[in-house]
Ligand binder design. Structure first.
Ligand code: NDP
Length: 400
C-alpha cells in the first residue's frame, strides 16, 4: 500500500460543486504534433467538472482506494506546521499543481525517505528541486501538452487586453461611466506590431500560429531552432539571443520553463533594452522576471503593460508589488487550469499513476527526471539545478 499525498487549491468560497456554465466540453484526442491526449484505462469523473480543488481530488479517490492505497488531499502546503510537511514523512507519491505548488525543496525531499514519484498535475516542475530529485533517484513527471493550448489562448487574450486597453475600459463601464477618451488614450491596434516569443516549444509555437492571422511581425528565440519549413510557414524570424529579440519587438511573450538558465532572465538590464512602451506577457513562471524591475518599469513607462498569471512565490503575499503596479493585467495562476485543461491533466495523472503502480514505463514525453538524470521532456527543455529558492515566502499569504 502506498500513500499518495495530493496538494490542490482551495474549494470555491461558495462551496463545492459549483454550478457549471456549460454541460459539456469538446473531446480532444490529439494535439497539434500528433501526440495523443492522456490514455488512462478508465476515469472516475465527468470531463468539465472542477477537479483541481480539494473536493475535486483530481477524480482519484476510488481508483486509489480500490487498489488499497491511501490518498491524502490538502491545500495546506506552506510552513513547518502545514499538513503537507506533516504528511510528507511517509508519502511515496506527491502530486502537486503548479497553480498552487507544493514546493519540494531539498530539505523537504530529505524529510521524505519513501518518496519515489513527484507528479505535476499540469506542466512545469520547477516547484521541485530537480537537482535534489536527481540525486535521490526520484522520478519527476508531468502531463506534457495537457494545457499548452489553454495557455496559448490565454497569451493571445492578454496581448490583446493590454494593447487595446481592455481592462481599464471595462472598469469604466462597471463604474457607470462612458469615458471614451480615458479608455482610448492608451489603446492601440496590434496589427503591424512586432511580437516575439521567448521559446517556441508547445506553447510558444501555438502562440505564433494563433497570432499569424493578426498580420503582425513574428519573432522567436529558443535553444533549438524550429525546422526551416515551420519558420517559413509561420513567417517567423529567429533571433540568436533574447537581447536581439527584445530590441526588435513591441510585444514579448515568455514561454520557457523556469530553470537556472531562465531564472531572472528579465532583469533591470534586459528590460532596459526593450523598446520604450513594450508589453511583456509572462504565463511561464513568475521567477523568470525580476519582481521589482518589472514593477519599476511599469511605473516609469518603460513597459506600457505587464500581464500574466504566474508569480513567485505562489500564492503571492498581499504586498506583492505586481498586485498594485500600474497597467497590469495579472490574475492568479489560472491559464492552465480551465475546466477543459483539468479534464486532460486529471486523466494524465491517472495514466501516470496506473503505469507507476503496474510497473509499466511512464510515457517518455511525460518524464522530467528519471533514473538519476534529466529525462524525456526534461532532458530537452530543462537544465539541472534548483529554482525553488525563496519559496518559503509563500507561507506569508493570508486568505481573504
Ligand atoms: P515545451 O517543453 O514544449 O517548451 C519549452 C520551450 O522552452 C522549449 O522549446 C525549450 O527549448 C525552451 N527553452 C528552455 N530553456 C530556454 C532558454 N534558456 N531560452 C530559450 N528557450 C528555452 O513546454 P510548453 O511550451 O508546454 O510549456 C512551457 C512552460 O510554460 C512550462 O515549462 C511552464 O513553466 C509554463 N506553463 C504555464 C502554465 C500556466 O498555467 N500558466 C501551464 C503550462 C505551462 P528546447 O526544448 O528547444 O531546448
Amino acid at each position: 500500500m502506498a500513500k499518495v499525498l495530493c496538494v490542490l487549491y482551495d474549494d470555491p468560497v461558495d462551496g463545492y460543486p459549483p454550478s457549471y456554465a456549460r454541460d459539456q466540453i469538446p473531446a480532444i484526442e490529439r494535439y497539434y504534433d500528433g501526440q495523443t491526449t492522456p490514455t488512462p484505462q478508465a476515469i472516475d469523473f465527468t470531463p468539465g467538472e472542477l477537479l483541481g480543488c480539494v473536493s475535486g481530488e483530481l477524480g482519484l479517490r476510488s481508483f486509489l482506494e480500490d487498489r488499497g492505497h491511501a490518498l491524502v488531499v490538502t491545500a495546506d502546503k506552506d510552513g513547518p506546521e502545514s499538513v503537507f510537511e506533516r504528511e510528507l514523512a511517509d508519502a511515496e507519491v506527491v502530486i502537486s499543481q503548479p497553480f498552487w505548488p507544493a514546493y519540494l525543496t531539498a530539505e523537504r525531499i530529505a524529510s521524505a525517505p519513501e518518496l519515489k514519484l513527484a507528479l505535476t498535475a499540469g506542466i512545469g516542475s520547477d516547484h521541485v528541486d530537480l537537482q535534489a530529485a536527481i540525486e535521490r533517484g526520484i522520478t519527476v513527471a508531468e502531463v506534457t501538452y495537457c494545457n499548452s493550448i489553454s495557455v496559448a489562448e490565454h497569451v493571445v487574450m492578454m496581448i490583446l487586453a493590454l494593447v487595446r486597453n481592455y481592462i481599464p475600459s471595462h472598469e469604466w463601464v462597471v463604474r457607470g461611466g462612458w469615458n471614451i477618451a480615458d479608455c482610448v488614450s492608451r489603446s492601440y491596434d496590434l496589427e503591424g506590431m512586432q511580437v516575439g516569443t521567448v521559446a517556441a516549444g508547445r506553447i510558444g509555437s501555438a502562440v505564433l500560429r494563433r497570432l499569424k492571422p493578426f498580420e503582425v511581425g513574428l519573432h522567436y528565440t529558443d535553444r533549438h531552432r524550429l525546422p526551416a519549413e515551420v519558420e517559413q510557414e509561420l513567417g517567423v524570424s529567429f533571433h540568436d539571443d533574447v537581447e536581439s529579440l527584445v530590441q526588435a519587438c513591441d510585444v514579448i511573450t515568455i514561454n520557457a520553463p523556469l530553470h537556472p538558465e531562465t531564472e531572472h532572465m528579465f532583469d533591470e538590464q534586459l528590460i532596459a533594452k526593450m523598446k520604450r512602451g513594450a508589453y511583456l506577457i509572462n504565463t511561464a513562471r513568475g521567477k523568470i522576471c525580476d519582481r521589482d524591475a518589472v514593477a519599476r518599469a511599469c511605473e516609469s513607462g518603460q513597459l506600457a503593460g505587464y500581464a500574466g498569471d504566474v508569480w513567485f512565490p505562489q500564492p503571492a503575499p498581499r504586498d506583492h508589488p505586481w498586485r498594485s503596479m500600474p497597467h497590469h493585467g495579472m490574475t492568479p495562476h489560472t491559464s492552465g487550469t480551465s475546466l477543459s485543461a483539468q479534464a486532460r491533466y486529471a486523466a494524465g495523472v491517472r495514466e501516470i499513476l496506473e503505469c507507476f503502480f503496474d510497473g509499466r514505463p511512464i510515457r517518455e514525453e511525460y518524464l522530467i527526471v528519471d533514473g538519476g538524470q534529466l529525462a524525456g521532456a526534461g532532458a530537452h527543455s530543462y537544465s539541472a539545478g534548483d529554482a525553488t529558492g525563496g519559496s518559503d515566502e509563500a507561507a506569508r499569504f493570508t486568505r481573504t
